[in-house]
Write a protein that binds this ligand. Sequence first.
Ligand SMILES: NC(=O)c1ccc[n+]([C@@H]2O[C@H](COP(=O)([O-])OP(=O)(O)OC[C@H]3O[C@@H](n4cnc5c(N)ncnc54)[C@H](OP(=O)(O)O)[C@@H]3O)[C@@H](O)[C@H]2O)c1
Length: 263
Amino acid sequence: MSREVNRFADCVAVVTGAGSGIGKAAAERLANEGAKVILVGRTKSKLEQAAREINDTKKIPAAEIFPADVTDEEDLAELTQYIEEQYGDFHILINNAGGSSNGKLLEMDAAEWDQIQSVNLKSVFLSAKVLGGFMAKGAARTRGDDNRAIVNVASLSGHQAGAHIPHYSAAKAGVINLTKSLALEFAQYGIRVNSVSPGFIETPLTEQGLQNDKFVKAIERNTALQRVGKAEEIANIIAFVASGEASYMTGSDVLVDGGWLIK
Ligand SMILES: NC(=O)c1ccc[n+]([C@@H]2O[C@H](COP(=O)([O-])OP(=O)(O)OC[C@H]3O[C@@H](n4cnc5c(N)ncnc54)[C@H](OP(=O)(O)O)[C@@H]3O)[C@@H](O)[C@H]2O)c1
């Protein structure tokens, strides 16, 4: 879709989990609005494919990849060093990487619990500390004059716990709350921190569930807008929250659930 707006001209952005789904759509949206986007994830081939799709539509490439695990502080430190060497600074951080397994609490072992906390919640802490810390140094140099923002992708499950995802629901509730702490700490640098909480969105994460007709019908029945959402519909909100248009917004969570919670 062609866009008139160019809200991210001269911005460098990092999107984690950018090889698929919501992260890929968000990276594309930021790139289409002028940002240089660094796509982060563990699987190089997925990142390469996503970057190719983004760059194919442009004369000057806007997307590049940096394979990294967001639960690994050293990987994040290497990414920071790379950004420092290539660009000297960056402005937008989208902490989108995440995922879940399905299981009942009474049957879950502690390792599975820890893994889901790590990828969804600890990753946001590490990324904010390492990458956000570097962004804050840039903000101090430019005296908070430019738009800088961190957007954490939480979930509807962080608002209303899901039955077979207790570990994921707890982690995403943590992301919503951690976002507020981060907003308080980063405000002094002029960096806004908000979260976006998607409802049911068609991505590789939900692919298996959405093959089940009963599951899809239940979502349609329980969602005011009577349908599953698209990754682009979340990317639009992430881009708005990250942009200077949301300049007075920090410490907020934006629920984008098609009206699930109001039913
Ligand atoms: N789809 C929904 O209905 C929905 C609803 C609410 C919230 N969300 C949230 O939205 C975000 C994006 O999910 P999605 O639906 O777009 O699913 P997805 O397509 O599975 O995207 C998740 C991405 O995160 C990456 N990732 C996972 N673990 C990582 C790690 N340790 N380090 C770096 N990257 C990692 C994955 O790539 P690799 O495996 O290659 O690393 C993958 O590309 C997640 O935080 C999810 O919890 C989704």
